[in-house]
Design a protein around this ligand. Structure first.
Ligand SMILES: Cc1cc2nc3c(=O)[nH]c(=O)nc-3n(C[C@H](O)[C@H](O)[C@H](O)COP(=O)(O)O)c2cc1C
Length: 413
């Protein structure tokens, strides 16, 4: 086995994000955004306008980020120019919430407070998540400022969205949710190296119904496939996610098709790929498709019996093998998953067999206990030529490693 010494990390790990909070009631949501950014691996430098500090205690942001909160660029105890120093540290600046006032100041290129000076000085992407009453948002003055910011192409807006605002009124002006802002940050910090690639991902378990209340299933959580879809979309791919029954939110920018059993997954998969496979450049089959299903699904609940019962099961279609057999040339790139209860050489040997029998380019092999339901994963990437043992890493990071391989295979074909 070989070791992969050039592992990329998740999109946020090792990155520094300056989180600028302005004076809106939505300032409390900046705490959740800070938490999500930290969880994604980012360092967060908190910055607040003077008004923001009247809505949200700076101590809260300092406590959560482990960084002192910058509010006053005239603070003489700070060594150096505060706005320049923070701009140098930050790979990305996000203003969330962005008030009508701070958007106006940004549109004018003003620099009379720390947030606006920092925005002018930023060396990477600047994102702004507006939050205000719908009448403030719709006002021509605000719309003019926003148009100017967008025209400069130096600020990217996230939201606002429609919904209820602090006053209880409903309309356009509510701040985008923190997870949507996080996704926009991850996308802005990701390479667009998968642009033009059409990727289909399957995820989750399949549930095979016995009757209207019972089913046969497995323990797949869907997290690995969802992470692959999320990272592929963030890196610019056109992504369709065929998902078995899981309660996970749809990753941003991903087209999702929900299915239940292996037969419906097969239908959705071929619809997404096209019968001649013309609509897909890469297929990543992360779903744990049941090998068998009940021979019959009862229309009504099967009555309780005291005696021992046996189930009559029939074989499900092997979706991966079907695509492998249908593929005439080298497209689409085909990635399968092998979840087993073995480790080491036995696991690799099993993956190799699967690779050859099903005509797959790459098999991600892992032990069920290292993978199912967890946030991280430990896998071996097996191709005909080599087996690369990866260290335990987040599913998001593993998705990136895998997508690097998919990109290279797609380019080579
Ligand atoms: C209770 C209260 C809520 C406010 N909510 C918002 C808001 O959601 N959006 C907004 O643009 N301004 C809002 N404002 C007005 C801003 O706080 C004000 O324009 C301030 O000057 C913004 O300063 P900043 O942009 O430097 O943070 C609110 C003011 C108060 C007193």
């Amino acid at each position: 086995m070989t070791d992969d010494s050039t592992l990329p990390h998740g999109p946020l790990s090792g990155r520094t994000v300056a989180l600028c909070v302005a004076g809106s009631i939505a300032a409390y949501k900046a705490v959740e955004l800070a938490r999500l950014l930290l969880k994604g691996g980012a360092r967060v430098v908190p910055v607040m306008t003077a008004s923001a500090a009247r809505f949200l205690g700076p101590v809260t942001l300092a406590g959560i980020t482990g960084e002192s909160v910058a509010t006053d660029m005239w603070d003489a105890s700070f060594a150096g120019e505060m706005h320049v120093r923070i701009a140098e540290r930050a790979d990305l600046v996000v203003v969330a919430p962005a008030t009508a006032d701070v958007l106006a100041r940004m549109a004018q290129g003003r620099a009379d407070d720390l947030v606006t000076a920092l925005v002018l000085c930023a060396r990477g992407p600047v994102l702004a998540a507006p939050a205000m009453h719908p009448r403030m948002w719709e006002h021509p003055a605000t719309q003019g400022n926003v148009a100017r910011l967008v025209e400069h192409k130096r600020v990217q807006l996230v939201g606002p969205v429609s919904g209820e605002v602090a006053s209880g009124d409903v309309g356009h002006g509510r701040m985008a949710e923190p997870d949507a802002i996080l996704a926009a940050v991850a996308t802005a910090l990701s390479p667009r190296d998968l642009a033009g690639l059409r990727v289909v991902v399957t995820a989750g378990p399949t549930l095979e119904d016995l009757d209207p209340v019972r089913f046969l299933g497995n323990r797949s959580s869907g997290k690995m496939g969802f992470a692959i879809a999320e990272r592929a979309a963030a890196r610019g791919a056109d992504v369709t996610l065929v998902a078995g029954p899981v309660g996970l939110p749809t990753p941003h920018g991903v087209r999702r098709v929900d299915v239940r059993g292996a037969v419906t997954m097969r239908q959705a998969l071929w619809q997404a790929m096209g019968v001649d496979l013309a609509k897909v450049d890469a297929l990543v089959m992360a779903a744990a498709v049941a090998d068998h299903r009940p021979a019959e699904t009862s229309a009504s609940k099967i009555k309780k019996v005291d005696a021992r019962v046996s189930l009559d099961l029939v074989k499900n279609p092997d979706l991966l093998a079907e695509v492998g057999a249908a593929r005439a040339g080298a497209r689409p790139v085909l990635v399968g998953f092998a979840v087993e209860t073995e480790r080491g050489e036995a696991l690799v040997a099993y993956a190799r067999r699967k690779l050859a029998e099903k005509h797959v380019d790459l098999v991600v092999a892992n032990d069920a206990s290292d993978s199912f339901g967890r946030e991280d994963n430990r896998a071996v990437l097996v191709t005909a030529a080599e087996a690369t043992e990866l260290p335990t890493m987040s599913k998001s990071s593993l998705a990136d490693v895998l997508l690097d391989r998919v990109r290279n295979l797609a380019r080579a074909k």
